[in-house]
Design a protein around this ligand. Structure first.
Ligand code: SDX
Length: 426
Protein backbone atom coordinates (compact mmCIF):
# COMPACT_ATOMS: atom_id res chain seq x y z
CA UNK A 1 0.00 0.00 0.00
CA UNK A 2 1.50 3.37 -1.01
CA UNK A 3 1.92 5.77 1.92
CA UNK A 4 0.59 8.56 -0.31
CA UNK A 5 -2.93 7.22 -0.12
CA UNK A 6 -6.13 7.25 1.91
CA UNK A 7 -7.53 3.97 3.14
CA UNK A 8 -11.31 4.34 3.19
CA UNK A 9 -13.63 1.74 4.64
CA UNK A 10 -17.26 1.98 3.57
CA UNK A 11 -19.14 0.83 6.66
CA UNK A 12 -22.28 0.30 4.57
CA UNK A 13 -20.61 -2.58 2.71
CA UNK A 14 -17.47 -3.36 4.75
CA UNK A 15 -15.45 -2.76 1.54
CA UNK A 16 -12.10 -0.91 1.75
CA UNK A 17 -10.61 1.40 -0.86
CA UNK A 18 -7.17 2.91 -1.46
CA UNK A 19 -7.45 6.48 -2.78
CA UNK A 20 -4.20 7.97 -4.13
CA UNK A 21 -3.03 11.27 -2.60
CA UNK A 22 -1.44 13.53 -5.22
CA UNK A 23 0.27 16.73 -4.00
CA UNK A 24 -1.70 16.49 -0.76
CA UNK A 25 -5.09 16.11 -2.41
CA UNK A 26 -7.30 13.35 -3.81
CA UNK A 27 -8.99 13.30 -7.20
CA UNK A 28 -12.74 13.54 -6.61
CA UNK A 29 -13.30 11.08 -9.46
CA UNK A 30 -11.44 8.37 -7.50
CA UNK A 31 -14.40 8.32 -5.09
CA UNK A 32 -16.74 7.09 -7.83
CA UNK A 33 -15.62 3.49 -7.20
CA UNK A 34 -17.30 3.66 -3.77
CA UNK A 35 -20.78 2.18 -4.27
CA UNK A 36 -23.30 0.04 -2.45
CA UNK A 37 -24.72 -1.51 -5.61
CA UNK A 38 -22.71 -1.96 -8.80
CA UNK A 39 -25.27 -0.10 -10.96
CA UNK A 40 -24.89 3.10 -8.89
CA UNK A 41 -23.18 6.20 -10.28
CA UNK A 42 -20.74 6.13 -7.37
CA UNK A 43 -19.74 8.58 -4.67
CA UNK A 44 -19.26 12.31 -5.36
CA UNK A 45 -18.09 15.20 -3.14
CA UNK A 46 -20.96 17.53 -2.22
CA UNK A 47 -19.41 20.99 -2.01
CA UNK A 48 -21.91 23.86 -2.54
CA UNK A 49 -20.07 27.06 -3.65
CA UNK A 50 -16.88 24.99 -3.92
CA UNK A 51 -15.59 25.92 -0.43
CA UNK A 52 -13.23 22.95 -0.48
CA UNK A 53 -12.86 22.11 -4.16
CA UNK A 54 -9.81 22.78 -6.34
CA UNK A 55 -11.19 23.13 -9.87
CA UNK A 56 -7.78 23.53 -11.48
CA UNK A 57 -4.03 23.62 -11.02
CA UNK A 58 -2.63 27.14 -11.44
CA UNK A 59 0.72 28.91 -11.13
CA UNK A 60 -0.60 32.44 -11.68
CA UNK A 61 -1.42 33.68 -8.17
CA UNK A 62 -0.76 32.39 -4.67
CA UNK A 63 -2.77 33.44 -1.61
CA UNK A 64 -2.07 32.39 1.98
CA UNK A 65 -5.29 33.54 3.65
CA UNK A 66 -4.18 32.83 7.22
CA UNK A 67 -1.03 34.92 6.89
CA UNK A 68 -2.33 37.62 4.53
CA UNK A 69 0.05 36.73 1.70
CA UNK A 70 -0.65 37.50 -1.98
CA UNK A 71 1.90 36.84 -4.76
CA UNK A 72 1.58 37.15 -8.55
CA UNK A 73 3.83 34.51 -10.15
CA UNK A 74 5.80 34.39 -6.87
CA UNK A 75 6.34 38.14 -6.52
CA UNK A 76 4.83 39.66 -3.33
CA UNK A 77 2.02 42.09 -4.09
CA UNK A 78 3.68 44.74 -1.90
CA UNK A 79 6.79 44.77 -4.12
CA UNK A 80 4.81 44.86 -7.36
CA UNK A 81 2.53 47.65 -6.08
CA UNK A 82 5.63 49.61 -5.02
CA UNK A 83 7.87 49.02 -8.04
CA UNK A 84 5.90 47.78 -11.06
CA UNK A 85 3.16 49.10 -13.35
CA UNK A 86 -0.23 47.68 -14.36
CA UNK A 87 0.93 46.75 -17.85
CA UNK A 88 4.16 45.18 -16.60
CA UNK A 89 2.12 43.18 -14.05
CA UNK A 90 -0.29 42.18 -16.82
CA UNK A 91 2.65 40.81 -18.82
CA UNK A 92 3.96 39.01 -15.72
CA UNK A 93 0.56 37.40 -15.07
CA UNK A 94 0.22 36.32 -18.71
CA UNK A 95 3.77 35.12 -19.37
CA UNK A 96 4.87 34.02 -15.90
CA UNK A 97 8.03 36.14 -15.92
CA UNK A 98 8.80 39.85 -15.59
CA UNK A 99 9.48 41.18 -19.13
CA UNK A 100 12.94 42.35 -20.20
CA UNK A 101 13.20 45.96 -21.29
CA UNK A 102 12.77 45.00 -24.99
CA UNK A 103 9.86 42.67 -24.20
CA UNK A 104 8.16 45.45 -22.20
CA UNK A 105 8.66 47.99 -24.99
CA UNK A 106 7.12 45.55 -27.50
CA UNK A 107 4.20 44.84 -25.13
CA UNK A 108 3.49 48.54 -24.54
CA UNK A 109 3.54 49.25 -28.27
CA UNK A 110 1.26 46.26 -28.97
CA UNK A 111 -1.25 47.51 -26.39
CA UNK A 112 -1.24 50.90 -28.16
CA UNK A 113 -1.47 49.25 -31.57
CA UNK A 114 -4.65 47.42 -30.55
CA UNK A 115 -6.39 50.27 -28.73
CA UNK A 116 -8.52 51.45 -31.67
CA UNK A 117 -12.09 50.78 -30.61
CA UNK A 118 -14.29 49.84 -33.62
CA UNK A 119 -16.52 52.78 -34.72
CA UNK A 120 -19.77 50.92 -34.09
CA UNK A 121 -18.97 50.54 -30.38
CA UNK A 122 -19.21 54.27 -29.67
CA UNK A 123 -22.78 54.27 -31.08
CA UNK A 124 -23.66 51.19 -29.00
CA UNK A 125 -22.40 52.87 -25.83
CA UNK A 126 -24.19 56.11 -26.68
CA UNK A 127 -27.42 54.17 -27.21
CA UNK A 128 -27.61 53.49 -23.43
CA UNK A 129 -29.57 55.96 -21.26
CA UNK A 130 -27.11 58.30 -19.52
CA UNK A 131 -28.22 57.07 -16.10
CA UNK A 132 -27.58 53.39 -16.93
CA UNK A 133 -25.36 51.57 -14.45
CA UNK A 134 -21.87 51.56 -16.02
CA UNK A 135 -21.35 47.88 -15.23
CA UNK A 136 -24.38 46.88 -17.32
CA UNK A 137 -23.00 49.00 -20.15
CA UNK A 138 -19.52 47.50 -19.75
CA UNK A 139 -20.78 43.90 -19.78
CA UNK A 140 -22.78 44.61 -22.93
CA UNK A 141 -20.07 46.56 -24.73
CA UNK A 142 -17.34 44.00 -24.01
CA UNK A 143 -19.56 41.26 -25.47
CA UNK A 144 -20.42 43.54 -28.41
CA UNK A 145 -16.71 44.24 -28.97
CA UNK A 146 -16.18 40.57 -29.73
CA UNK A 147 -18.60 40.75 -32.67
CA UNK A 148 -16.20 43.14 -34.44
CA UNK A 149 -13.43 40.51 -34.30
CA UNK A 150 -14.99 37.32 -35.73
CA UNK A 151 -11.59 35.55 -35.81
CA UNK A 152 -11.52 35.77 -32.01
CA UNK A 153 -13.47 32.50 -31.99
CA UNK A 154 -10.31 30.71 -33.17
CA UNK A 155 -9.07 30.22 -29.64
CA UNK A 156 -6.55 27.57 -30.72
CA UNK A 157 -4.72 30.26 -32.74
CA UNK A 158 -2.15 31.70 -30.31
CA UNK A 159 -1.40 34.71 -32.49
CA UNK A 160 -5.12 35.54 -32.65
CA UNK A 161 -5.41 35.07 -28.88
CA UNK A 162 -2.50 37.44 -28.30
CA UNK A 163 -4.15 40.14 -30.45
CA UNK A 164 -7.42 39.78 -28.54
CA UNK A 165 -5.68 39.81 -25.17
CA UNK A 166 -4.07 43.12 -26.24
CA UNK A 167 -7.44 44.43 -27.50
CA UNK A 168 -9.23 43.60 -24.25
CA UNK A 169 -6.55 45.07 -21.98
CA UNK A 170 -6.30 48.16 -24.19
CA UNK A 171 -9.97 48.70 -24.91
CA UNK A 172 -11.84 47.89 -21.67
CA UNK A 173 -10.71 51.19 -20.09
CA UNK A 174 -11.67 53.02 -23.29
CA UNK A 175 -15.20 51.55 -23.22
CA UNK A 176 -15.42 52.62 -19.57
CA UNK A 177 -14.28 56.16 -20.32
CA UNK A 178 -16.57 56.43 -23.37
CA UNK A 179 -19.61 55.67 -21.23
CA UNK A 180 -18.48 57.96 -18.40
CA UNK A 181 -18.25 60.89 -20.84
CA UNK A 182 -21.61 59.95 -22.40
CA UNK A 183 -23.25 59.75 -18.94
CA UNK A 184 -22.05 63.31 -18.26
CA UNK A 185 -23.13 64.61 -21.68
CA UNK A 186 -19.47 65.29 -22.52
CA UNK A 187 -17.51 64.74 -25.72
CA UNK A 188 -15.57 61.50 -26.08
CA UNK A 189 -11.82 61.87 -25.37
CA UNK A 190 -9.84 59.47 -27.60
CA UNK A 191 -6.86 57.51 -26.23
CA UNK A 192 -3.57 59.41 -26.25
CA UNK A 193 -0.66 57.11 -27.17
CA UNK A 194 1.85 59.54 -25.70
CA UNK A 195 0.55 58.72 -22.21
CA UNK A 196 1.00 55.75 -19.87
CA UNK A 197 -1.91 53.32 -19.39
CA UNK A 198 -3.31 54.91 -16.21
CA UNK A 199 -2.56 58.48 -17.29
CA UNK A 200 -4.39 57.80 -20.56
CA UNK A 201 -7.36 56.37 -18.66
CA UNK A 202 -7.66 59.41 -16.39
CA UNK A 203 -7.26 61.68 -19.42
CA UNK A 204 -10.11 59.92 -21.25
CA UNK A 205 -12.23 60.52 -18.14
CA UNK A 206 -11.16 64.06 -17.26
CA UNK A 207 -9.87 65.49 -20.58
CA UNK A 208 -6.58 66.91 -19.32
CA UNK A 209 -7.93 68.29 -16.02
CA UNK A 210 -4.59 68.96 -14.32
CA UNK A 211 -6.00 68.65 -10.78
CA UNK A 212 -7.48 65.22 -11.46
CA UNK A 213 -4.45 64.09 -13.44
CA UNK A 214 -1.86 65.05 -10.85
CA UNK A 215 1.05 62.56 -11.32
CA UNK A 216 0.53 61.28 -7.76
CA UNK A 217 -3.10 60.44 -8.65
CA UNK A 218 -1.95 58.70 -11.84
CA UNK A 219 0.44 56.62 -9.70
CA UNK A 220 -2.33 55.86 -7.21
CA UNK A 221 -4.62 54.70 -10.02
CA UNK A 222 -1.89 52.44 -11.43
CA UNK A 223 -1.21 50.98 -7.99
CA UNK A 224 -4.92 50.29 -7.47
CA UNK A 225 -5.09 48.50 -10.82
CA UNK A 226 -2.08 46.35 -9.84
CA UNK A 227 -3.72 45.46 -6.51
CA UNK A 228 -6.84 44.29 -8.41
CA UNK A 229 -5.06 42.47 -11.23
CA UNK A 230 -5.65 38.87 -10.13
CA UNK A 231 -6.75 36.84 -7.13
CA UNK A 232 -6.60 33.14 -8.09
CA UNK A 233 -9.94 31.28 -8.30
CA UNK A 234 -12.33 34.01 -7.08
CA UNK A 235 -15.93 34.01 -8.28
CA UNK A 236 -15.32 35.98 -11.50
CA UNK A 237 -12.09 34.13 -12.39
CA UNK A 238 -13.98 30.85 -11.97
CA UNK A 239 -16.69 32.19 -14.30
CA UNK A 240 -13.99 33.21 -16.79
CA UNK A 241 -12.68 29.64 -16.68
CA UNK A 242 -16.12 28.03 -16.81
CA UNK A 243 -17.22 30.15 -19.77
CA UNK A 244 -13.82 29.74 -21.43
CA UNK A 245 -14.08 25.96 -21.09
CA UNK A 246 -16.86 25.84 -23.71
CA UNK A 247 -14.48 27.70 -26.07
CA UNK A 248 -16.28 30.92 -27.06
CA UNK A 249 -14.23 34.00 -28.01
CA UNK A 250 -12.38 35.69 -25.09
CA UNK A 251 -14.60 38.80 -25.28
CA UNK A 252 -17.63 36.68 -24.34
CA UNK A 253 -15.68 35.07 -21.49
CA UNK A 254 -14.54 38.45 -20.15
CA UNK A 255 -18.11 39.77 -20.43
CA UNK A 256 -19.34 36.83 -18.33
CA UNK A 257 -16.58 37.37 -15.74
CA UNK A 258 -17.49 41.07 -15.60
CA UNK A 259 -21.09 40.10 -14.88
CA UNK A 260 -19.92 37.89 -11.99
CA UNK A 261 -17.73 40.68 -10.62
CA UNK A 262 -20.70 43.09 -10.63
CA UNK A 263 -22.38 41.44 -7.65
CA UNK A 264 -22.19 43.24 -4.26
CA UNK A 265 -20.70 40.14 -2.63
CA UNK A 266 -17.76 40.37 -5.06
CA UNK A 267 -16.44 43.37 -6.98
CA UNK A 268 -19.65 45.35 -6.47
CA UNK A 269 -18.73 45.61 -2.76
CA UNK A 270 -16.60 48.74 -3.33
CA UNK A 271 -19.71 50.60 -4.49
CA UNK A 272 -21.76 49.10 -1.64
CA UNK A 273 -19.15 50.26 0.92
CA UNK A 274 -19.58 53.90 -0.10
CA UNK A 275 -23.36 53.56 0.07
CA UNK A 276 -23.01 51.94 3.52
CA UNK A 277 -20.68 54.68 4.82
CA UNK A 278 -23.02 57.37 3.45
CA UNK A 279 -26.01 55.67 5.14
CA UNK A 280 -24.11 55.53 8.46
CA UNK A 281 -23.42 59.23 7.92
CA UNK A 282 -21.80 59.87 11.34
CA UNK A 283 -19.41 58.05 13.71
CA UNK A 284 -22.15 58.39 16.34
CA UNK A 285 -24.28 55.97 14.32
CA UNK A 286 -21.62 53.23 14.16
CA UNK A 287 -22.67 51.32 17.31
CA UNK A 288 -26.31 51.02 16.15
CA UNK A 289 -25.15 49.99 12.66
CA UNK A 290 -22.85 47.28 14.01
CA UNK A 291 -25.74 46.12 16.16
CA UNK A 292 -27.77 45.57 12.98
CA UNK A 293 -24.82 43.68 11.47
CA UNK A 294 -24.61 41.36 14.46
CA UNK A 295 -28.35 40.77 14.22
CA UNK A 296 -27.63 39.82 10.55
CA UNK A 297 -30.00 42.52 9.30
CA UNK A 298 -27.18 43.96 7.17
CA UNK A 299 -23.63 43.02 6.19
CA UNK A 300 -20.55 45.11 6.91
CA UNK A 301 -19.62 45.61 3.26
CA UNK A 302 -15.89 45.57 2.50
CA UNK A 303 -15.33 43.17 5.39
CA UNK A 304 -14.78 39.41 5.30
CA UNK A 305 -13.31 37.09 2.71
CA UNK A 306 -13.59 33.43 1.70
CA UNK A 307 -9.80 33.00 1.77
CA UNK A 308 -8.29 35.79 3.91
CA UNK A 309 -8.90 35.04 7.57
CA UNK A 310 -6.54 37.89 8.38
CA UNK A 311 -6.09 41.41 7.02
CA UNK A 312 -6.29 41.46 3.19
CA UNK A 313 -2.78 42.64 2.21
CA UNK A 314 -4.31 44.75 -0.55
CA UNK A 315 -6.52 46.62 1.94
CA UNK A 316 -3.42 47.45 3.98
CA UNK A 317 -1.72 48.87 0.89
CA UNK A 318 -4.80 50.77 -0.29
CA UNK A 319 -5.20 52.35 3.14
CA UNK A 320 -1.61 53.58 2.83
CA UNK A 321 -2.15 54.80 -0.75
CA UNK A 322 -5.22 56.69 0.45
CA UNK A 323 -3.04 59.01 2.55
CA UNK A 324 -1.04 60.02 -0.56
CA UNK A 325 -4.23 60.69 -2.50
CA UNK A 326 -5.91 62.66 0.27
CA UNK A 327 -2.83 64.87 0.55
CA UNK A 328 -3.72 66.12 -2.93
CA UNK A 329 -7.50 65.84 -3.07
CA UNK A 330 -8.23 66.66 0.56
CA UNK A 331 -9.51 63.89 2.80
CA UNK A 332 -12.79 62.16 2.16
CA UNK A 333 -15.30 62.97 4.94
CA UNK A 334 -16.37 59.31 4.92
CA UNK A 335 -12.82 58.24 5.81
CA UNK A 336 -13.30 59.03 9.49
CA UNK A 337 -16.39 56.82 9.56
CA UNK A 338 -14.48 54.01 7.78
CA UNK A 339 -11.51 54.21 10.14
CA UNK A 340 -13.74 54.28 13.23
CA UNK A 341 -15.91 51.47 11.84
CA UNK A 342 -12.81 49.34 11.24
CA UNK A 343 -11.34 49.95 14.68
CA UNK A 344 -14.59 49.20 16.52
CA UNK A 345 -15.38 46.14 14.36
CA UNK A 346 -11.89 44.69 14.86
CA UNK A 347 -12.36 44.90 18.62
CA UNK A 348 -15.78 43.17 18.71
CA UNK A 349 -16.18 39.43 19.28
CA UNK A 350 -18.66 39.00 16.42
CA UNK A 351 -15.96 39.97 13.90
CA UNK A 352 -12.99 38.49 15.76
CA UNK A 353 -14.65 35.07 16.10
CA UNK A 354 -15.48 35.04 12.37
CA UNK A 355 -12.07 36.34 11.25
CA UNK A 356 -13.69 39.31 9.54
CA UNK A 357 -11.21 41.94 8.42
CA UNK A 358 -11.29 44.73 5.82
CA UNK A 359 -10.87 43.38 2.29
CA UNK A 360 -9.74 45.04 -0.94
CA UNK A 361 -13.08 46.81 -1.31
CA UNK A 362 -13.24 48.56 2.06
CA UNK A 363 -10.99 51.54 1.31
CA UNK A 364 -10.68 51.55 -2.49
CA UNK A 365 -13.95 53.41 -3.08
CA UNK A 366 -12.90 56.24 -0.75
CA UNK A 367 -9.89 56.85 -2.98
CA UNK A 368 -11.86 56.65 -6.20
CA UNK A 369 -14.47 59.07 -4.88
CA UNK A 370 -11.78 61.55 -3.81
CA UNK A 371 -10.30 61.29 -7.32
CA UNK A 372 -13.64 62.47 -8.72
CA UNK A 373 -14.86 59.08 -9.91
CA UNK A 374 -18.58 58.47 -9.34
CA UNK A 375 -19.56 55.52 -7.12
CA UNK A 376 -21.24 53.46 -9.88
CA UNK A 377 -17.89 53.45 -11.74
CA UNK A 378 -15.96 51.78 -8.88
CA UNK A 379 -16.57 48.19 -10.03
CA UNK A 380 -15.74 49.28 -13.57
CA UNK A 381 -12.27 50.19 -12.24
CA UNK A 382 -12.09 46.77 -10.59
CA UNK A 383 -12.89 45.25 -14.02
CA UNK A 384 -10.10 47.24 -15.70
CA UNK A 385 -7.65 46.05 -13.06
CA UNK A 386 -8.82 42.41 -13.18
CA UNK A 387 -9.01 41.92 -16.96
CA UNK A 388 -5.32 40.85 -17.25
CA UNK A 389 -5.81 38.33 -14.43
CA UNK A 390 -8.88 36.82 -16.05
CA UNK A 391 -6.98 36.53 -19.34
CA UNK A 392 -4.01 34.88 -17.61
CA UNK A 393 -6.38 32.35 -16.03
CA UNK A 394 -8.07 31.81 -19.43
CA UNK A 395 -4.72 31.29 -21.15
CA UNK A 396 -3.68 28.77 -18.48
CA UNK A 397 -7.00 26.93 -18.92
CA UNK A 398 -6.50 26.66 -22.71
CA UNK A 399 -3.06 25.12 -22.19
CA UNK A 400 -4.07 22.74 -19.39
CA UNK A 401 -4.41 19.22 -20.83
CA UNK A 402 -6.39 18.14 -17.73
CA UNK A 403 -9.14 20.68 -18.42
CA UNK A 404 -12.27 20.16 -20.54
CA UNK A 405 -15.73 21.74 -20.57
CA UNK A 406 -16.82 22.53 -17.01
CA UNK A 407 -19.88 20.50 -16.08
CA UNK A 408 -20.38 19.85 -12.33
CA UNK A 409 -22.74 17.10 -11.10
CA UNK A 410 -25.59 17.51 -8.59
CA UNK A 411 -27.21 15.69 -5.71
CA UNK A 412 -30.77 15.21 -7.04
CA UNK A 413 -33.43 15.89 -4.39
CA UNK A 414 -36.48 16.13 -6.64
CA UNK A 415 -39.43 13.77 -7.37
CA UNK A 416 -38.97 10.25 -8.65
CA UNK A 417 -40.77 9.46 -11.96
CA UNK A 418 -44.47 10.49 -11.93
CA UNK A 419 -47.21 10.62 -14.61
CA UNK A 420 -48.56 13.77 -16.25
CA UNK A 421 -51.83 15.04 -14.70
CA UNK A 422 -54.53 16.64 -16.81
CA UNK A 423 -55.34 20.13 -15.65
CA UNK A 424 -58.78 18.98 -14.52
CA UNK A 425 -57.07 16.57 -12.07
CA UNK A 426 -54.66 19.05 -10.48
C1 SDX B 1 -13.92 40.39 -3.31
O1 SDX B 1 -12.75 35.59 -3.65
C2 SDX B 1 -11.96 36.63 -3.87
O2 SDX B 1 -10.75 36.54 -3.95
C3 SDX B 1 -12.72 37.96 -4.05
C4 SDX B 1 -11.86 39.20 -4.14
C5 SDX B 1 -11.02 39.24 -5.41
O3 SDX B 1 -10.00 39.94 -5.42
O4 SDX B 1 -11.46 38.62 -6.43
O5 SDX B 1 -11.01 39.31 -3.01
C6 SDX B 1 -12.73 40.46 -4.21
O6 SDX B 1 -14.96 39.98 -3.75
C7 SDX B 1 -13.75 40.76 -1.85
C8 SDX B 1 -15.05 40.53 -1.03
C9 SDX B 1 -16.00 41.71 -1.29
N1 SDX B 1 -17.31 41.44 -0.67
C10 SDX B 1 -17.72 42.09 0.43
O7 SDX B 1 -17.04 42.89 1.06
C11 SDX B 1 -19.17 41.77 0.83
C12 SDX B 1 -19.24 41.52 2.34
N2 SDX B 1 -18.51 40.27 2.64
C13 SDX B 1 -19.34 39.07 2.79
O8 SDX B 1 -20.47 39.00 1.97
C14 SDX B 1 -18.47 37.81 2.87
O9 SDX B 1 -17.48 38.06 3.78
C15 SDX B 1 -17.87 37.23 1.60
C16 SDX B 1 -18.85 37.03 0.55
C17 SDX B 1 -16.76 38.11 1.10
C18 SDX B 1 -17.25 35.88 1.98
O10 SDX B 1 -18.29 35.10 2.40
P1 SDX B 1 -18.10 33.58 2.86
O11 SDX B 1 -16.71 33.13 2.74
O12 SDX B 1 -19.14 32.78 2.18
O13 SDX B 1 -18.36 33.66 4.39
P2 SDX B 1 -19.73 33.37 5.06
O14 SDX B 1 -20.83 34.11 4.34
O15 SDX B 1 -19.86 31.88 5.20
O16 SDX B 1 -19.53 34.06 6.50
C19 SDX B 1 -19.07 33.35 7.61
C20 SDX B 1 -19.72 34.08 8.79
C21 SDX B 1 -21.24 34.12 8.70
O17 SDX B 1 -21.75 34.24 10.03
P3 SDX B 1 -22.26 32.87 10.78
O18 SDX B 1 -23.28 32.22 9.83
O19 SDX B 1 -21.02 32.03 10.99
O20 SDX B 1 -22.89 33.39 12.05
O21 SDX B 1 -19.28 35.44 8.81
C22 SDX B 1 -20.43 36.29 8.61
C23 SDX B 1 -21.52 35.43 8.01
O22 SDX B 1 -22.79 35.96 8.32
N3 SDX B 1 -19.99 37.35 7.69
C24 SDX B 1 -20.32 38.62 7.80
C25 SDX B 1 -19.68 39.28 6.75
N4 SDX B 1 -18.97 38.38 6.03
C26 SDX B 1 -19.17 37.19 6.62
N5 SDX B 1 -21.11 39.27 8.69
C27 SDX B 1 -21.26 40.60 8.49
N6 SDX B 1 -20.65 41.31 7.51
C28 SDX B 1 -19.86 40.67 6.61
N7 SDX B 1 -19.26 41.36 5.66
Amino acid sequence: MSKDSLSIKDNRTGKSYEIEIDDGNIKAKDLRQIKVNEDEFGMMCYDPSYENTAACKSSVTFIDGDNGILRYRGYPIEQLADKSSQLEVAKLLLDGELPTSDELDKWLSDIKEFNNVPDGIENIIKSFPQDSHPMGVLISSIAALGTFYPNAKNITDEEENYKNICRLIAQVPILAAYFYRHSKGLNIVPPDDSMSYSENFLNMLFDGDEKKMNPALVDAMDTLLILHADHEQNCSASVMRNTGSSEPDPFSSVASATAALYGPLHGGANEAVLEMLSDIDSVDNIPSFLDKVQKKEVKLMGFGHRVYKSYDPRAKFIKKAADNVFEITGTNPLLDIALKLESIALSEDYFIQRNLYPNVDFYSGLIYESMGIPTPMFTVLFTIGRTPGWLAQWNELLNDKEQKIARPRQVYTGYDSRDYKDISDR
